[in-house]
Write a protein that binds this ligand. Structure first.
Ligand code: ZN
Ligand code: ZN
Length: 360
């Protein structure tokens, strides 16, 4: 039983990676429509060292912070986009430029060496996903082992939301928006169906390897990773093309809008995000399988460990292998996930406005 659990844990860490490839692209489209955010257009940039003693204790230092928040002890929390102390930036700018930050090595924890390696794009997975416990209503989309709920993304969303509030209350709005961007990161990750479901569809099971349990896990892991990565790469590719007006704005328009839900915590918003995307995950898994074809079942194909660009993304749009109906189904389901991701992004911003982002 113990080996089964550890093999499945390995599977987790191998299958989950970056949520949506580029959160900055999502956040850019979403914040454009949040009108009140524009009032926060002159936020003074301050250093992390200035923020720490105000929010914690007088002699509280960066290593204390990294320890308390269980972040990678070698990480540096600095100004990473050439903004200078004392300079003014807008809240939208901070959110756009830092929603990707949790993917920049913050979450590579030393504990992970017991669970599948500390290096590479897949090692931070645990914090960036949430799998609800197995349910008979969605036997494939809730399939994972052990079948209890797993992943820390809900908690991470709440932790950094709370920190954003603290930063705001000690009059460090730059850091408030930066931590809000971190909180948004986890909520957005959960909107990606490969982060709210492990298996998605039985089509991802390596049926040719059922004779050996170990081979079955290893190959199924590889197949899920292949589709996971090609899917995220494709979504980024398509949004970039849409931004350049080269493709119909299918995904970008899914991100636009001004609706939001009223919720009472970042944790609950994250949970809604995970639940909605889990409900879509079977359809997304099936649509991915059709759209990208069965080539990614091939044992010689390893998308996460291949150089960028090895698997060209352009052919799928024009592929004659696919009917228009199949293409549309894939685009429609992905657009639905993006729409929900945007909805919960706006919902978190609204909650923070309601709870602490008040101008005097
Ligand atoms: Zn992530
Ligand atoms: Zn991912």
């Amino acid at each position: 039983m113990k080996t089964i659990s550890s093999l499945f844990l390995l599977l987790i860490l191998e299958t989950a990676a970056w949520g949506w490839g580029r959160h900055d692209l999502l956040t850019t489209s979403v914040v454009e429509d949040v009108a009140w955010l524009k009032e926060w257009d002159t936020i003074q940039v301050t250093s992390f060292q200035k923020f720490l003693p105000k929010a914690f204790a007088k002699d509280y230092k960066e290593p204390d912070f990294l320890r308390q928040y269980q972040l990678n002890p070698t990480t540096k929390i600095i100004l990473k986009h050439n903004e200078k102390e004392g300079e003014k930036v807008s809240a939208s700018w901070i959110l756009i430029h830092y929603t990707d930050e949790p993917d920049w090595g913050l979450d590579i924890s030393p504990d992970q060496k017991f669970m599948g390696g500390t290096k590479g794009p897949t090692s931070q997975a645990f914090r960036h996903l949430y799998w609800k416990k197995w349910s008979v209503k969605g036997p494939w989309r809730t399939f994972h082992f052990p079948p209890r709920e797993m992943g820390q993304a809900l908690k991470r969303a709440q932790i950094f939301y709370d920190l954003a509030q603290t930063a705001f209350e000690v009059k460090e709005p730059y850091w408030a928006f930066r931590f809000l961007a971190w909180s948004l990161h986890y909520i957005q990750d959960l909107g990606q169906p490969f982060h709210s479901s492990q298996l998605l569809t039985p089509k991802f099971i390596a049926w040719d390897s059922v004779f050996s349990f170990e081979a079955l896990i290893k190959r199924t892991t590889q197949i899920i990773s292949n589709y996971h990565f090609i899917y995220e790469d494709y979504v980024v590719f398509r949004i970039e093309e849409e931004t350049k007006d080269k493709l119909k704005k299918y995904f970008i328009s899914a991100l636009k809008g001004d609706t939001f839900i009223n919720s009472s915590s970042a944790f609950l918003i994250a949970r809604h995000s995970a639940d909605d995307s889990n409900r879509l995950s079977y359809a997304i898994g099936e649509a991915c399988y059709t759209f990208f074809g069965d080539q990614f079942l091939n044992p010689s194909i390893d998308v996460p460990n291949s150089p960028k660009g090895k698997f060209p993304l352009a052919p799928y749009e024009d592929s004659s292998r696919l009917s228009q109906k199949e293409k549309t189904l894939f685009l429609k389901n992905t657009a639905k996930s993006l729409q929900k991701t945007a909805l919960y992004t706006r919902s978190l911003l609204e909650l923070s406005k309601e709870e602490f982002l008040q101008k005097k």
